[in-house]
Design a binder for this molecule. Structure first.
Ligand code: ADP
Ligand code: AMP
Length: 213
């Protein structure tokens, strides 16, 4: 099963993608996580990507597409995957579509986690991410058991630099301009499903499971 998560930054794509990955035993592939791991390891790719990410801009397609194609070509993706944060532009979607088509394959579901802009700044300013394992929490809605400590691995939780309110507004603007057109793109392919992302995370997941079966 090949699944794409669509939605504004902070809509809950990552939260749901992790739960989907666990239930259906497929890898969770997040381009944002791949970039953040490269930044942490101070690789040339990480240094280049950071310039864009810190300003809330998209990393250019030339840098992003190959990383994704290499990742999904790995053995663990043979039975499917859930993509979180890719594609974010029509050209990225087309490259993915062409690569799959060459193998006689296709995306099965594009799930749009719909959350209005008004909720997004609150979601992102309350998001806390684990510096080690990437688990995410929300200080009000999905708090860790101990403040600022990851339930899963015990490391510290941080507010991502790009979750500061001034950057969030820029990311939302770019989402509407460059990523939202993908909703029409996947509707035309007959694979778009929309879930109400304002519900409690468990209810959002139940809606997704009823779609995926
Ligand atoms: P995305 O991957 O779309 O950027 P995340 O999954 O990281 O978004 O979620 C953004 C923030 O909102 C996180 O702090 C997360 O814990 C919180 N969150 C996710 N889903 C819900 C939900 N259904 N209700 C309330 N908060 C949520
Ligand atoms: P995310 O973790 O998905 O919120 O991504 C964090 C940041 O990484 C984004 O704001 C972009 O700067 C960058 N990024 C992640 N995925 C992509 C992508 N598919 N295309 C371009 N930039 C991306």
């Amino acid at each position: 099963m090949k699944i794409i998560m669509l939605g504004a930054p902070g809509a809950g794509k990552g939260t749901q993608a992790k739960m989907i990955a666990e239930k259906y035993s497929i890898p969770h592939v997040s381009t944002g996580d791949i970039f953040r791991a490269n930044i942490k390891n101070e690789t040339p790719l990480g240094m280049e990507a950071k310039k864009y990410m810190d300003e809330g801009k998209l990393v250019p397609d030339e840098l992003t597409v190959q990383i994704l194609l290499d990742r999904v070509a790995k053995e663990d993706c043979a039975n499917g995957y859930v993509l979180d944060g890719f594609p974010r532009t029509i050209p990225q979607a087309e490259v993915l579509n062409d690569a799959l088509e060459k193998m006689g394959d296709k995306i099965d579901y594009a799930i749009d986690v719909a959350v209005p802009d008004e909720n997004i700044v609150n979601r992102m300013s309350g998001r806390r991410a684990c510096v080690t394992c990437g688990a995410t929490y929300h200080i009000v809605h999905i708090p860790p058991k101990v403040e600022n400590v990851c339930d899963k691995c015990g490391s510290n939780l941080i507010l991502r630099d790009d979750d500061k309110p001034e950057t969030v507004l820029n990311r939302l603007k770019i989402y509407h301009e460059q990523t939202q057109p993908l909703i029409e793109y996947y509707t035309a392919k007959g694979v778009l499903k929309t879930v109400d992302g304002t519900k409690d995370m468990k209810d959002v997941f139940a809606d997704i499971v009823s779609i995926l079966g």
